[in-house]
Design a protein around this ligand. Structure first.
Ligand SMILES: NC(=O)c1ccc[n+]([C@@H]2O[C@H](COP(=O)([O-])OP(=O)(O)OC[C@H]3O[C@@H](n4cnc5c(N)ncnc54)[C@H](OP(=O)(O)O)[C@@H]3O)[C@@H](O)[C@H]2O)c1
Length: 258
């Protein structure tokens, strides 16, 4: 809830229930955030669960739509479909009319990605995702790859791209330096991009937040995009929350309650 606003701020107002895209520093009872990075809490979702949405939705939206230019009918590979970003990216891409293949660690987690709307879920510990995407898409490949893994997946991410495909790297969990087959990129007329939300200017962040409010909040209210919350823990148990994430136990977000 908004407890105070600065001079000249008309929206939000004191007392509004809101969510926000923070600069960082979210492990706190109160935060200061630019007005342009605040959104009214979405309809149809518990206010606490809504905290799972802003960072994940802004990341999924800006990378799938602004950067990759995803359109209805295209094929998307979402790596880490079991994660905070991935659970939202699957639902968002599906709501936009795309066909999603998602990777996750283990068959049960892969199956849960299908439950979120993916056409197919692949176990990244055992399955060959290039073969898996080709099989699901009848040989077409991925028009868009949203990657949270980085260097380890770079060669196969390029291999799996369809002609005109776009690879967007947003995470570097398995390294930052890899080998890029420029010939494959040229023959497919493909693109490789990397982005971070954190490095964007306040104006860019406000534009992303505004687009999310306009385009994604109605999907949330309509039930097409839901927060996926693995657990709620008291702020004092932040270490256990981190452990849930790093051990691969969590599916979706872990929320810390002040
Ligand atoms: N660039 C940006 O603007 C931006 C914004 C937000 C987040 N991020 C980054 O994006 C990444 C994901 O964020 P998150 O919040 O979703 O984190 P998270 O909730 O901790 O999820 C991590 C995900 O990565 C998956 N993963 C780990 N190793 C994998 C592998 N070898 N193959 C496929 N998937 C693998 C995990 O799958 P399993 O647990 O099922 O194995 C899990 O789904 C992080 O690196 C984060 O820093 C970037």
């Amino acid at each position: 809830m908004v407890s105070a606003v600065g001079p000249g701020v008309s929206t939000p107002r004191v007392g509004d229930e809101v969510v926000a895209l923070l600069e960082g520093g979210g492990y706190a009872e109160r935060v200061v955030v630019r007005a342009g990075q605040v959104l009214a809490a979405p309809d149809g979702v518990d206010l606490v669960d809504a905290a799972a949405l802003p960072e994940a939705v802004c990341t999924a939206w800006t990378n799938l739509v602004d950067t990759a230019g995803l359109t209805a009918g295209e094929w998307v590979l979402v790596h880490g479909g079991s994660g905070g970003v991935g659970t939202v990216a699957i639902q968002l891409a599906t709501a936009l009319g795309a066909h999603v293949v998602a990777t996750a660690g283990g068959p049960e987690r892969a199956a849960r990605c299908v439950g979120l709307g993916a056409v197919a879920g692949l176990d990244h510990r055992r399955d060959d995702f290039v073969a898996g995407v080709r099989s699901a898409s009848a040989g077409h490949g991925a028009d868009v790859v949203l990657d949270v893994v980085g260097a380890k997946y770079l060669p196969d991410n390029v291999r799996v791209l369809a002609p005109g495909g776009r690879l967007v790297v947003i995470g570097l969990q398995k390294g930052r330096r890899g080998e890029l087959d420029l010939g494959a990129l040229m023959s497919k007329r493909a693109q490789v991009t990397g982005t971070t939300l954190r490095s964007r200017t306040p104006e860019e962040k406000a534009a992303i937040v505004g687009a999310v409010g306009e385009h994604v909040w109605p999907m949330v209210a309509g039930g097409q995009v839901r927060p996926v919350v693995h657990a709620r823990l008291p702020l004092a148990e932040a270490e256990s929350a981190q452990e849930m994430l790093s051990s691969g136990e969590a599916f979706g977000k872990v929320l810390l309650l002040p």
